[in-house]
Design a protein around this ligand. Structure first.
Ligand SMILES: CC(=O)N[C@H]1[C@@H](OP(=O)(O)O)O[C@H](CO)[C@@H](O)[C@@H]1O
Ligand SMILES: [Mg+2]
Length: 548
């Protein structure tokens, strides 16, 4: 698609005419923790305008942005839009604000003239920009992708539609585009992603192919949340071939939009602490299982123990293993923290036992507010930085140039080869369920570790997330790392007091950044105490703060 005009006024007229075709939704949209997200039916105009915004962003920066149409783990009637920078990272915070201005504008022509003024040097009505677009399997996704591409077209941009891809895949493809430049965008194919990660996994396995295993389980039972992850993971499986070390059995791999995230997927398993559909059977006992979320950027591992209890391996434990593995290789090579710094960045939701374990093992650990975009700036301060959220988000990022310098002279050693190879299995743009399962399989295989061994690295305190509906969640204010409320302070004082009544108590309340609710986290040494603590806090909110 190509715009023929360079005349500003004519272009704006056409944009306004197209914009008026999309229904007006009378509310203010904000770019939350994970982009614009609400009912799919309310997002058509937002998508059209997000297309314009993404195109402008491309024109004034590196010529490229990516947009993913998805609402991840949220209900099937929801949808959302996440904008990706040309380096594969999340939209710059300054541009989140600009996106809100353009999307909520009551005078679109004026807003466009304002943008034009602000970016005079970039000629936003003339320069070409590119927008890479991906979508999940929701019913509304096609319509929203169409509206989005339409918006980009009307402001004179080209779009490349990758169709059904996972969120991390769209980040990967956008980053690749940012690296190779516009002239070669045609070369980028959605399958580059699956081919890349399969090859990295195979490279690592080639280093350890002679190591025999006794405990590693090479079969994985995968719950795909009935989302797009199954399509891409099946491609990985095919590329690995039948004689591969890793055999994946696919479940909940139906692409009917109605089934998306329905009683399955990482969010369901983690928050509800229940087995997903098709995993109820006791024949799954002891087997290594995992769940993706709807757009495959989250991963939860789990198994059914001998008492049929669900044992979860959450994001924290996954990244504790990954960080420990990397730390161990560095120390075997005699590489110090000064030569190559390492950090694991987590959120207030981290289990106290994980924090304690990391301290014992000497892994540097920092907290950040919820949302991957908050972890990223901290991660980048270190040479190797991992971040995770218990719900299954997480990635490990390494400054590969620096690593190569530090490893020069060590590359004859297996530890150096493993370190380089294992880090390359990571999707360094954003947390990725497919890359992460391959990364963890590589490590479990090398350490000859069963899923049961994995679960035992440390024993978490029982914990759980709860929700409460209040009149106005924005009145609840928290400190930077979200572990405490500053307002209402009386509620914080009550929580502080309740925590002391249970063993190893930890609890906090914060307003969600993606839903119109308060989130309540509770943790204690026993399940009963954890529930008691949560119930008391919920009761306090219900009786005193519902209409606050
Ligand atoms: C407790 C929890 O799971 N919070 C989730 C949720 O954010 P909230 O701001 O808590 O609504 O959605 C985010 C985006 O997917 C994710 O990064 C985060 O971990
Ligand atoms: Mg997701």
């Amino acid at each position: 698609m190509e715009s023929q005009t360079s005349d500003k006024d004519t272009m704006i007229k056409r944009i306004l005419a197209a914009d008026s075709n999309y229904p007006v939704i009378d509310r203010t949209f904000s770019y939350g923790t994970a982009g614009f997200r609400t009912l799919g039916a309310h997002l058509e105009k937002v998508s059209f305008r997000a297309g314009i915004l993404s195109a402008i962003r491309a024109k004034v920066s590196n010529g490229l942005t990516g947009v993913m149409v998805t609402a991840s783990h949220n209900p099937k009637q929801d949808n959302g839009l996440k904008i990706v920078e040309a380096d594969g990272s999340m939209l710059h915070p300054d541009w989140e604000k600009k996106a809100e201005i353009l999307i909520n504008s009551k005078n679109l022509a004026q807003t466009l003239y304002d943008f034009d003024q602000e970016f005079t040097a970039h000629n936003i009505f003339e320069h070409r920009g590119y927008v890479f677009v991906g979508q999940d399997t929701r019913e509304s996704s096609q319509r929203l992708s169409d509206a989005l591409r339409n918006g980009a077209f009307f402001i004179g941009s080209k779009t490349i539609n990758y169709g059904l891809v996972t969120t991390p895949q769209l980040h990967f493809l956008t980053e690749k585009g940012g690296k190779i430049g516009q002239a070669r965008y045609d070369e980028i194919k959605a399958n580059d992603y699956t081919e890349f990660f399969t090859a990295q996994f195979q490279n690592f396995l080639a280093l350890i192919k002679d190591q025999s295993t006794t405990k590693y389980q090479n079969e994985l039972y995968l719950d795909c949340a009935n989302g797009i992850g199954s399509v891409q993971m099946k491609k990985v499986s095919e590329l690995l071939g039948t004689d591969s070390d890793l055999k994946v059995h696919f479940f909940n791999d139906d692409l009917i939009p109605d089934k998306l995230n329905e009683e399955c997927g990482a969010e369901f398993v983690h928050k509800d602490q229940k087995f997903p559909t098709h995993f109820e059977d006791s024949s799954f006992r002891g087997k290594k299982c995992a769940s993706f979320d709807g757009d495959a950027d989250r991963l939860i591992l789990f198994y059914r123990d001998e008492n049929d209890k669900l044992v979860l391996i959450d994001g924290d434990k996954q990244f504790v293993l990954i960080s420990m593995y990397v730390k161990d290789l560095l120390s075997k090579l005699g590489i110090t923290e000064d030569q190559m710094s390492l950090v694991l960045v987590q959120t207030a939701y981290v289990n106290s036992r994980a924090t304690r374990y990391l301290k014992e093992k000497g892994v540097r650990n920092e907290l950040c507010p919820t949302g991957v975009k908050n972890a990223h700036p901290i991660v980048l301060k270190y040479d190797i930085g991992a971040n995770d959220e218990p719900n299954g988000h997480g990635t490990i990022v390494a400054k590969m140039d620096k690593l190569d310098q530090v490893l020069a002279g060590h590359m004859d050693k297996i530890e150096a080869q493993k370190l380089r190879a294992v880090l390359l299995i990571s999707n360094m743009c954003v947390g990725d369920a497919i890359a992460n399962i391959l990364l963890l399989e590589a490590i479990m295989r090398d350490l000859d570790m069963s899923i049961q061994d994995f679960a035992l690295i440390y024993e978490e305190n029982p914990s759980r997330n709860y929700k409460a509906v209040v009149k106005d969640r924005t009145k609840f204010k928290v400190i930077w790392d979200e572990t405490k409320l500053t307002q209402p302070i009386e509620l914080q004082e009550k929580i502080d007091q309740l925590i002391t009544t249970v063993e190893e108590g930890k609890a906090f309340v914060r307003p969600s950044g993606t839903e119109d609710i308060l989130r309540i986290y509770s943790e204690a040494r026993t399940h009963e105490q954890m529930e008691l603590l949560a119930q008391q806090i919920l009761e306090e909110i219900k009786t005193k703060y519902k209409d606050y």
